[in-house]
Design a protein. Sequence first.
Length: 255
Amino acid sequence: MAKPAPEQTLDDLSRFLVKGQAGDYVFREGETSRDMYIVQEGRVELIKHYAGEDRQISQLEVGDFFGEWSLLEEEPREVSARGLSEYRLLRIDQTVFNQIIREDPDIAVRMMRRLSRRLSERQAADLRAAEIALGGFGKAVPRAEAAVPATGAPFLVAGDKQFAINEGEAVVGRADPARSFTPDVDLGDLDTERTLSRRHARIVRTGDHVVVREEPSARNGTFVNGRRLTAAEELPLEHGDRVRFGLVETLFRLQ
């Protein structure tokens, strides 16, 4: 009689390691693979296809896990996972997962809490993405005709804050203390819904000429007077234009 196959364990981690480079896909949206992954080294991004294009919905670092929905529910992948850097992942299949749960039920409780929190975040992100894909707060509106054209130094107004636009190029986004990065125009304090990317857009000023363009890493769109910028588009800004980065609304003005 043949001996039963030995139960899988995590003693030999090499059997469960997945390695890749920046740009490599761990899995793609719609696939039916049923493993979850824990990030051991590097960074991975999760991507969702919205309104005809791929949009980053989150970045994962060491200690984060992903792919758990397909493991638990046998559902096709809802997102794609792609390396942002060289990475090493620990792959957990159904057999190993069941074994972990038997040996330490507290892990299941902690995972369910994280899944519940992630589900709430995902539902909120889907609502924001749907709004953004449809153009945000409303239809595009024409620029207002100013009786007397304004001139002078340009700046953005958001609530009671003003952000000067200096000569040259200014990055608009949110700070990343972990990487010691602060954009020239830091709107992070106004981004209560976390819709800004670190490098969301770039405003280029040459004398009196000012244009805005979206950065490739931006997730949630850049809008001028309700119209979303297309990839690589540079749109000149005029006094009184409403400029929205993700869900952060600003007003472009000239002194």
